[in-house]
Design a protein around this ligand. Sequence first.
Ligand code: LLP
Length: 384
Amino acid sequence: MFSSEIIGKFKAHVTPFYFYDIELLKKTLESVQKAASPYHFMVHYALKANSNPTLLKLICEYGLGADCVSGNEVARALETGFTNDHVVFAGVGKSDEEIKYALSQSIFSLNCESIQEIQVINGIAKSLNKIANIALRINPNVNANTHKHITTGLEENKFGINLWELDQVINVIKPLQNINLIGLHFHIGSQITDLSSFKNLCIRVNEIQQWAIDKQVSIKHINMGGGLGINYNEPDQFPIPDFENYFTLFGEFLELQPNQTVHFELGRSIIAQCGNLISKVLYIKNGSSTDFVILDAGMTDLLRPALYQAYHKIENLNSTKGKKKYDIVGPVCESTDCFGKAITMPETKRGDLLAIRSAGAYGEAMSFTYNLRKIPSSIFSNNL
Ligand code: LLP
């Protein structure tokens, strides 16, 4: 995937660093907008996946909205140029300060996850003399069939308002003068590759829409969340997710009421494949069954393998000869600081550069400074 010219240029940069393929990101953004447009679906980008300012600016230029989960993300989105009517704010634990800030910026919607949160927002909105536009984040109790740590739409998860609470929520909202209910919001999980989970979600949403009609609750916006998975095994063969198939499914199975707008909040599917973590081999060390490749990148730079046992394809950019099995590990003082066990690689030596692929989503964004390590820098293909 990387030309020898690019690999040559990598040598001038201090490792580890994130390398973003801007051309691929542009193609991905074109593809997502093209696939959504026949249905007039509004796509928001989930900043949590990667809020790097250079990438965000490009995403904003392609006309996506912003899905935020903290006051700082709302601020980052607005600073980048996302207009306030395209910014949504979700999250199970919004602080009073974050709510005040979001209301003061008159963003499109606060997606609410509990009765108490709605009451608190009403109180804050009243004190600011504002009307808060809210959507109810509903926990649809639909299985996403993904890793349990990134499943959000089951009753056992902390997210959203449970179905059996909906009648009560409507009764609570009715007398609240500073709350304007504009939508329903759903998100069942992330890295979903089995599209039948989304079909099940559509069926559940249709039932909930019927409930709203019966209750004479008018709903203008339906937000179906994010979650579309990517191919971590073959990033070169599948660099852009099949957005067409994805949106067609919602077009087919979602039964909308007149004048309703459907929103999505995609993170991983937009940004994962354009990002790579580039790292240098520090040492090769003998192990009992396989040798260790010790990298200068660790779990602090890319946490996903340690946290979710996630697979990322790893390539040696300087060697193609030979074949050997290695455990590829980082320098951090934790046994889970491991990018892959018994990985077949070309013969690898000290100084080789390795690319950890599909790392654009939840890579840089989840980096941290344990062991007083540096946050990795980021480098862009159009500015190498
Ligand atoms: N909307 C809501 C309410 C969310 O909670 C999320 C992700 C998204 C949208 C975007 O989902 P996506 O399209 O990226 O799947 N750190 C984990 C993923 C956590 C996802 C959290 N929520 C990972 O590295 O796999």
